[in-house]
Write a protein that binds this ligand. Structure first.
Ligand code: PLP
Length: 383
């Protein structure tokens, strides 16, 4: 195994910001009271949680009462979809086959268990959603008492394509549908003003913006508590029982503040590095293709490439790993299970091509991009 490490899997998770690590360690050391306890040590930790909520709300353009802390993106997505169905608010869901499994598997499960009808919005080969098709699907409910949930992600985690949330929110409001967006890949990476967007709910996860794993949030417009989805204590305004992840919440708020402060500089720098990597690879791998929307808006740090059929194709990620390069075959879960990415399948990328998702982060350098090009050139062309 190579001694050098080049981490290009930041869409799976980001390394934590050092200052956030220190803040969390200090919080864990000093602030151990249960936030629900009424004594002064409890009150002290309650204040920290509410300060974190207030800070995040200011950064995301919403009211503190509209944010609810969770264990991450998967829980947040599950919570919104399941809750709307369980309350009988929604009988139909519109989504896309390109969503993360946190959404697609939840919807398949709801369809099976609850008989909910799920319609999938069409998309083209670049993964761009067909908004005319979305409107056509929404219009089917006109004049009925059915309320529809539309759940469409802001940025695709495998391709980096961005959806125009304002346009989709406009359509959903026109047809009185509830609009949820999985914004796990965009919180801390692109500017978001939740109130201005007119969206009903979003989900976020701290480990995608240099914060800790296992903590996230939902934004719920209006901040009305839906009552407990996880039964227990009355934490998170009765929405989610269980003692709060204090250090995680404090760390998430600080990580978000830093990610937003450095967003503009990072975006430009990572777009330059991404282009350098792409151009370098195109120069050494004939027949290399780009997955996603090259013309529309997209995240600057995700580069999904499709390698042509080759004897080394199947072992590409393995060989990169041996050389110390961490990348992904699609989403992290599908690479772990060695199954073909459902997104590549939905885009119709031929099964004999190999997809590698390189996702860049704040610590990457131009030298690393050049090194990866050289490593891949060797893997591809030398026996
Ligand atoms: N949604 C998207 C778009 C993601 O990329 C991920 C993680 O990869 C998730 C949801 C799940 O988030 P978490 O790992 O916090 O459960």
């Amino acid at each position: 195994m190579s001694t050098q490490r080049i981490y290009l899997d930041n869409a799976a998770t980001t390394p934590m910001d050092e200052e956030v690590v220190d803040l969390m360690a200090e919080t864990m050391r000093q602030c151990y009271g249960n936030p629900s306890s009424i004594h002064f040590l409890g009150r002290e930790t309650r204040i920290l949680i509410e300060k974190a909520r207030k800070s995040m709300a200011a950064l995301l353009g919403c009211a503190p009462s509209e944010l609810f802390f969770t264990s991450g993106g998967t829980e947040s997505d599950n919570m919104i979809c399941r809750y709307l169905v369980e309350q009988g608010d929604v009988q139909r869901i519109i989504s896309s086959k390109l969503e993360h499994h946190a959404i697609t598997h939840t919807l398949e499960n709801l369809a099976q268990l609850r008989g909910i009808r799920v319609d999938w919005v069409k998309h083209n080969e670049q993964g761009v959603l067909d908004l005319k098709n979305l409107e056509m699907l929404l219009a089917q409910d006109l004049g009925t008492s059915n309320r529809t949930l539309v759940t469409l992600m802001h940025a695709n985690n495998e391709l980096g394509n961005l959806l125009d949330l304002e346009v989709v929110a406009g359509l959903c409001n026109k047809y009185q549908a509830f609009f949820h967006s999985d914004t796990v890949q965009t919180v801390g990476h692109v500017p978001l003003n939740l109130q201005e967007l007119g969206i009903h709910s979003v989900s976020g996860s701290a480990h995608k913006f240099y914060g800790p794993k296992g903590v996230g949030f939902i934004y719920l417009r209006g901040g009305h508590s839906w009552g407990p989805l996880i039964q227990g204590g009355s934490q998170e305004r009765n929405m989610r029982g269980g003692t709060e992840n204090l250090a995680g919440i404090v760390g998430m708020a600080r990580a978000l503040e830093k990610a937003i402060q450095t967003m503009d500089e990072r975006r430009q720098r990572l777009a330059n590095l991404r282009d350098r990597l792409r151009q370098g690879l195109e120069g050494v791998i004939p027949g290399l293709e780009f997955n996603g929307d090259g013309k529309g808006p997209r995240l600057p740090h995700i580069l999904s490439l499709s390698f042509p059929p080759h004897p080394k194709g199947e072992m590409l990620l393995f060989n990169l790993d041996i050389e110390g390069v961490c990348a992904s075959g699609g989403s992290a879960c599908s690479s772990g299970a060695q199954t073909r990415s459902h997104v590549m399948e939905a885009l119709g990328v031929p099964a004999d091509r190999t997809t590698v998702r390189f996702s860049l982060g704040s610590r990457n350098t131009a030298e690393e991009m050049d090194r990866v090009v050289e490593i891949l050139r060797k893997i591809w062309h030398e026996a």
